[in-house]
Design a protein around this ligand. Sequence first.
Ligand SMILES: Cc1cc2nc3c(=O)[nH]c(=O)nc-3n(C[C@H](O)[C@H](O)[C@H](O)COP(=O)(O)OP(=O)(O)OC[C@H]3O[C@@H](n4cnc5c(N)ncnc54)[C@H](O)[C@@H]3O)c2cc1C
Length: 420
Amino acid sequence: MNTYDVIIAGAGPAGLFLAGELAEAKCSVLILEKAEDPHSPLKLLPFGIRGLNAPSIEALHRRGLLDQLELHKRLQNPFSGARGKQAGHFAGIPFEYANIDTERWPRRAPDAPPTHLLAELAELEAVLTRRALALGVDIRRGLAVDGVEQSGDGAMFASRGPRSDDAAARRVERGGGVAVRAGGQLFRAGWLIGCDGARSVVRKAGGFTFEGTEPAFTGYSAKVDIADPEKLAAGRVTTPQGMYFQSQPGYLNMQDFDGGASHQAHQAGQPLTRERLQTVLRRISGTGVTISALHIATTWTDRARQATSYRNGRILLAGDAAHIHSPLGGQGLNLGLGDAANLGWKLAATIHGTAPEGLLDSYHAERHPIGAKVLDWSRAQVAVMRPTPEGRALNAIFRDLVNTRDGATYFAGRVWGIGA
Ligand SMILES: Cc1cc2nc3c(=O)[nH]c(=O)nc-3n(C[C@H](O)[C@H](O)[C@H](O)COP(=O)(O)OP(=O)(O)OC[C@H]3O[C@@H](n4cnc5c(N)ncnc54)[C@H](O)[C@@H]3O)c2cc1C
């Protein structure tokens, strides 16, 4: 079969979860994934650690997938300290379980799953892949989408390749659809969803506008050997130059307020060397610390952008393809899973002709404001983390607020997706 109800570009968590939702609703789905191999050390612990919030946990629970996640049962929250009191953080400022008033979230059922847990990206993707395959989703790896065209009347499809007589092909020829090119091959579908991540080709080829703010810093996540670790202070250390933190010995996180220049250079092909990391760590920590070996490293920024519309005709966006922001506060994966949960049943009903007028457009109407709120949440954290006199002043005020009962409850509610 070369015609599908839906083609999804990208087999990340958003694409995989969405594929399962659509297949569960009896739609034929093809995922085209650029990477040949789904495995990456960056998806494994500790780099692959991801905080899941209440809506994500509930969405996985509803589909019977939560129980298949095993690792969180053995994971210790790296931010929780020896006594396990820390529940999370805002801009690196911890809030504690003891201060959170859970009585203010009365709508939770007594047997509801947890409000938050830590998962591993590799395991989550493996669980979602298993479900998608079991439901008949066709996943083709090593095929990067590089061309997209949509048509309202199906005419372009008639002139391209053989017609097939399956239901999806008939729907496409009747109602129009999308032609997708990947790896020199042509695929056809009624709908295309870009779940192809931050640098989405579908977003660009589909004519979407991506607006937002430029980065203040380059973030580093690295596994290194440190010859003289005693030179570094323990915990999350903010200095006039940035921030550094070891989640475990040698697992280094840094924020260097360089306007995102190093990340950009790295993306453009400049290698991330041991010397480079050591220079950054020495500058941020104000020490002469020595990195003796670099095992793996990656960079990221706080660039915050969002597609102004999540739909353009028969092309839609979900996950990082629709919105990017810093990983501070751990919201990106949760947003993507939420997009998928919202879009899946609406698109399926549209495909089957049972959707009321306007149902599909409620995807953008409901999810865009939630994404915009998360982008602002990440921007607010950057403002509080800036190593400037203004940033330090804000940080002190937030520290006071976070340590109140109202403050801790508010921050936990926002981070766990359960409060206002
Ligand atoms: C250090 C760090 C920590 C984080 N911590 C958290 C956290 O605690 N909680 C949280 O919610 N989020 C967190 N995030 C964010 C989260 O990981 C991402 O938001 C999430 O993985 C995005 O999922 P996605 O499926 O939208 O995109 P991705 O995971 O980026 O998947 C996109 C897929 O599309 C494929 N692709 C790309 N181009 C093409 C193409 N042209 N054709 C076909 N396929 C293509 C890619 O190979 C990839 O497999 C963190 C991110 C980082 C960097």
